[in-house]
Write a protein that binds this ligand. Structure first.
Ligand SMILES: NC(=O)c1ccc[n+]([C@@H]2O[C@H](COP(=O)([O-])OP(=O)(O)OC[C@H]3O[C@@H](n4cnc5c(N)ncnc54)[C@H](O)[C@@H]3O)[C@@H](O)[C@H]2O)c1
Length: 342
C-alpha cells in the first residue's frame, strides 16, 4: 500500500493525541516531527517511533518529500508557519484557534488560495461520534428545518486547562479556546450566523480572560441558538469534556445528554440512542470523545487530499466561526448585538 508521508509540527501537550490518531490510519505515515525545542522533537521521535526530528520547518521540508503537514502549535505562531508551508505548497491541517485575529486568518487563507494548496483547520468537535450521530439522525428521521439549538460546554474540572498554562494569560480565553468549537457546531447544525449577542463572566481569578460566556445567535435561515460554556459549573459527575446539545426542528427534536445518551422526539414518540466514541487503546476519560474525534478529523483531511476536495472545515470556512468569536468580544465590550459580515 502506498502511504502518504506527513510531518507533525509542534510537539507539545496536544500533539500526542495527533500522533496516536495518525497511527490509526493505514494509508498514512508520519515520518518527521518538528519543534523549535529540539529536545521535545527528539523525545517525540523516540516515544512514537518516528524516523526524523527537526527544529526547523524549512530544513525539514527541504530534506523530505512530504505530502502534508499537521500543525499543532498555538495560534500566535500560525501566520509565520503558514507563510513557509504555503510557499512550498504543502497541504496543511492546522489546529484551532486558526489565529488570534481575523486579519491574519484571512492572510493565511489568501496565501493558500494563491498557491492552490489545501488548508484545513483541525476543527474536531463536529467529528465527535455523538455529534456526527445526531447530525445523521436529524437527517434520517426527517426532523426538518432546525428552529432552535442549545449548545453547552460546562464543567469545573481543572484537567480542562492545567496542561495548557498559556491559557491563564490570555485576555480572551474561553470564547477563543472553546467557543470557537461551539460556534462551529452552531453553524454545522443551524447554518451560518447573521448576528449575535454575548455576555461574559470571570469566575476564576487565575484567568485574565472570561471563564464563562453565554451567546445568543440569530442564524441566516431564521433559527436561533444559545451557546454557552463555563469552567465553574459544579455538577456530579462533572461534565468535562462533553458538549451537550438540544436541537428543535419543524418535525421533532433531539437531545444529546451526558454520557452520550441521545433522545429523539417525533410524532409523540421518544427513541433512545447511544453514541459512545470508539475505545482506542490510547484514549481515556474524560478526554475520550475529543481524542477519538482527532482520528475522524485526520481521516476527513486525508480523504480531502486524496480526492482533491475542499475540506468541510477549510481555512475559508473557519473564517466564519472565527468571525463569530471576535464578534462575541465586540458584543460583550459594547453591550450590543453584532452583525456578522462574512
Ligand atoms: N482541538 C482540541 O480539542 C484541542 C485540545 C487542546 C489543544 N488544542 C490546540 O492545540 C494547539 C497546541 O496546543 P498545546 O497545548 O499542545 O500547545 P503547547 O504549547 O503545549 O505546544 C506547542 C508546541 O509548538 C512548538 N512550536 C511553536 N512554534 C513553532 C514553530 N514555528 N516550529 C516548530 N514548533 C513550534 C512549541 O515549542 C511547543 O512545543 C493550540 O492551538 C490549542 O488550542 C486543541
Amino acid at each position: 500500500m502506498i502511504k502518504l508521508k506527513g510531518a507533525l509540527i509542534g510537539c507539545g501537550f496536544f500533539a500526542s493525541n495527533h500522533i496516536l490518531a495518525w497511527k490509526e490510519i493505514n494509508n498514512v505515515e508520519i515520518i518527521a516531527v518538528c519543534d523549535l525545542n529540539i529536545k521535545k522533537a527528539n523525545l517525540f521521535k523516540k516515544r512514537y517511533k518516528i524516523k526524523y526530528s527537526y527544529d526547523s520547518i524549512t530544513l525539514m521540508i527541504e530534506d523530505l518529500a512530504l505530502d502534508f503537514v499537521d500543525v499543532v502549535t498555538t495560534m500566535e505562531t500560525h501566520l509565520n508557519i503558514c507563510k513557509i508551508l504555503s510557499n512550498y505548497r504543502i497541504s496543511t491541517s492546522i489546529q484551532k484557534p486558526f489565529s488570534d485575529n481575523l486579519v491574519d486568518a484571512k492572510k493565511i487563507v489568501n496565501l493558500y488560495k494563491k498557491n492552490k494548496t489545501i488548508l484545513m483547520v483541525h476543527e474536531n468537535f463536529r467529528w465527535q461520534t455523538p455529534i456526527m450521530k445526531i447530525k445523521k439522525l436529524i437527517s434520517s428521521h426527517k426532523l426538518g428545518k432546525p428552529i432552535y439549538s442549545k449548545i453547552s460546554f460546562r464543567h469545573s474540572n481543572p484537567v480542562g486547562y492545567i496542561n495548557q498554562p498559556y491559557l491563564y494569560k490570555l485576555k480572551k480565553y474561553l470564547i477563543l479556546d472553546v467557543g470557537i468549537h461551539l460556534y462551529d457546531l452552531s453553524r454545522f447544525f443551524m447554518g451560518n450566523a447573521k448576528n449575535l449577542f454575548t455576555v461574559n463572566q470571570n469566575t476564576n481569578k487565575k484567568f485574565k480572560g472570561e471563564t464563562n460566556f453565554t451567546t445568543l445567535i440569530n442564524h441566516k435561515d431564521g433559527g436561533v441558538s444559545i451557546v454557552d460554556a463555563s469552567i465553574s459549573s459544579i455538577k456530579k459527575p462533572d461534565r468535562f469534556a462533553q458538549t451537550l446539545i438540544s436541537i428543535e426542528c419543524q418535525n421533532g427534536s433531539i437531545d444529546l445528554d451526558y454520557n452520550y445518551k441521545i433522545t429523539l422526539h417525533k410524532k409523540n414518540k421518544k427513541t433512545f440512542y447511544s453514541a459512545k466514541p470508539i475505545n482506542y487503546k490510547w484514549i481515556s476519560k474524560p478526554w475520550d470523545q475529543i481524542q477519538e474525534s482527532v482520528v475522524n478529523t485526520h481521516k476527513h483531511f486525508i480523504k480531502s487530499l486524496i480526492n482533491n476536495r475542499i475540506p468541510d472545515t477549510s481555512g475559508k470556512d473557519n473564517l466564519r466561526s472565527l468571525e463569530m468569536v471576535f464578534a462575541s468580544y465586540s458584543s460583550f465590550y459594547s453591550n450590543k448585538n453584532i452583525k456578522l459580515k462574512l
